[in-house]
Design a protein around this ligand. Structure first.
Ligand SMILES: Nc1ncnc2c1ncn2[C@@H]1O[C@H](COP(=O)(O)OP(=O)(O)OP(=O)(O)O)[C@@H](O)[C@H]1O
Length: 459
């Protein structure tokens, strides 16, 4: 039940926002498999859920969130209703851009559907190709190795192990290898699979006593693309089966490409014999993209959506969204949706408006130095007094207030804060935090001062 046009953008923007707010597991389990249909006037959104159990859960946990999000993005109220997905509805889950792995919803918590469907046999997403992958210093080596593998599987770099942080393009690169190989040699047997799905396949084979089929399926491949192998941790039976598949595939010169969030030796709770095999081909990292690459990605992705993003806007966004490509895509979606709904050209002012939540979250990243300066200004003492050993109350008290705010508004630990206040012991910081928070409850004036300071610091 796909949506299209502005409705599609609205739904995509909601999904994207949820991807940022929820944990990966929550997102993959509950949101990713959803589909939606939005009326032409954007006043109603019907979200389709696979079964009754999930429907109740989505209603309780996420429906009001989705509704508030849609309203915020669109600027007017959007009535959100939930419905059971018609059985024959095409599988069109969360938009490709925010999908980490495959078109098939994953059975993360054992609540979902059997993901193996004939329609998605190789589970490749045809949109994730080398052509749509922007090259930069951050992924140059991984991309070159992946291209090599797709041109000559079974030769060099086997296995190819690609690692890096979330949303940096590991999955994209894997699909690109599979798609390129199939374009060149359509008869090749290629399978893309997320490690969790592999675990689930092992469990099913075990329960149903169908290991022969399992082996036939995995051991006969020409190219196995397996994503996020860190999920094998502590799954002994899966590790054993993967080891067998690995040996069988390498023996017949089939190629294996793997991804993980860390390099092989950094993997926890995976048998040493597997780890050493992971590392026996080529191990390459993907780094977070540098500024120019982020700009290029934004401009390319905007074009792919038939929109033109001026370079200055791309620079503005790229400077503000630094962590990974998935977030960059999220920012782009918001800008495109905002521009379409408001029928305005894409400009820095529009981007600033569309990303105001995201930018304000970043502004909220307050440093201890900033707190020390703000508090010193407010109480008219020198910033140096924050680190000094002086003890008069006119200095000691603002210092304690600054320590309290440092604990409240930053992620720093007590010892780290102590260090930043002239190498003080963590017990001194703890004492200050307890004292000020206790007094805050009692003294209205102090509470007001703290409130003003907090507002100033949060911008
Ligand atoms: N260099 C790039 N050029 C274009 N798009 C990219 C690039 N890198 C990543 N992307 C896009 O960013 C999104 C996230 O990438 P991907 O899912 O491949 O990340 P990942 O590293 O596998 O993350 P995770 O570990 O969370 O699964 C995808 O939509 C992907 O197409």
């Amino acid at each position: 039940m796909p949506t299209d046009g502005a409705g599609d953008s609205l739904w995509q923007a909601c999904v994207d926002q949820l991807a940022q707010e929820l944990s990966e597991q929550q997102f993959n389990t509950w949101i990713k498999p959803l589909t939606a249909q939005v009326t032409d006037d954007l006043s109603r959104m019907t979200v389709f859920v696979a079964n009754r159990f999930k429907l109740d859960w989505i209603r309780a946990q996420y429906a009001s969130k989705i509704s508030a999000m849609a309203e915020k993005i669109y600027g007017q109220s959007v009535h959100v209703e939930l419905a059971l997905a018609p059985r024959e509805a095409p599988v069109r889950s969360a938009p490709v851009a925010v999908m980490a792995e495959t078109d098939v919803p994953r059975d993360v918590a054992g609540l979902g559907e059997d993901a193996a469907s004939a329609a998605f046999k190789n589970r490749l997403n045809s949109g994730l190709t080398f052509d749509t992958l922007v090259e930069g210093t951050a992924n140059r080596m991984a991309r070159a190795a992946a291209m090599h593998v797709s041109g000559m599987p079974g030769h060099l770099y086997n296995p190819l192990f690609i690692y890096g942080g979330v949303g940096l393009g590991k999955t994209h690169l894997m699909h690109a290898v599979g798609n390129r190989l199939l374009a060149d040699r359509p008869d090749s047997k290629v399978l893309y699979i997320h490690a969790e799905q592999f675990v689930s396949d092992v469990v099913k084979a075990y329960q149903r006593k169908t290991f022969d089929e399992f082996k036939e399926r995995y051991h006969s491949l020409d190219l196995l693309l397996i994503d996020d192998v860190q999920f094998f941790a502590n799954k002994d039976r899966t590790q054993e089966e993967f080891f067998n598949a690995f040996e069988a595939l390498l023996a017949k010169k089939s190629h294996i490409v793997m991804t993980s969030d860390t390099y092989p030796k950094g993997l926890a709770d995976i048998h040493e014999r597997l780890v050493s095999r992971f590392d026996s081909g080529l191990t390459v990292a993907i780094e977070p993209p540098e500024l120019e690459m982020r700009v290029a990605i934004l401009i390319n992705k905007a074009r792919a959506e038939s929109a033109e993003m001026p370079e200055e806007v791309a620079f503005f966004v790229a400077k503000n969204v630094r962590s990974n490509v998935r977030e960059l895509e999220g920012a782009l979606r918001k800008i495109l949706a905002y521009s379409r709904f408001n029928q305005k050209e894409i400009s820095i002012a529009l981007a600033r408006e569309a990303l105001r939540d995201l930018l304000s979250i970043q502004n909220r990243q307050i440093s201890v130095e900033n707190i020390q300066k703000t508090v010193a200004d407010y109480y008219k003492i020198k910033v140096a007094d924050m680190y000094s050993k002086k003890r008069p109350a006119s200095i000691a008290r603002p210092r304690q207030i600054a320590m309290y705010l440092a604990k409240e508004l930053t992620q720093k630990s007590l010892p780290e804060i102590g260090e930043l206040f002239g190498g003080r012991d963590h017990t001194t910081v703890l004492h200050a935090v307890r004292k000020i928070s206790g007094e805050r409850q009692q003294l209205t004036e102090l509470n007001q001062q703290l409130h003003v300071l907090e507002q100033t610091l949060k911008g």
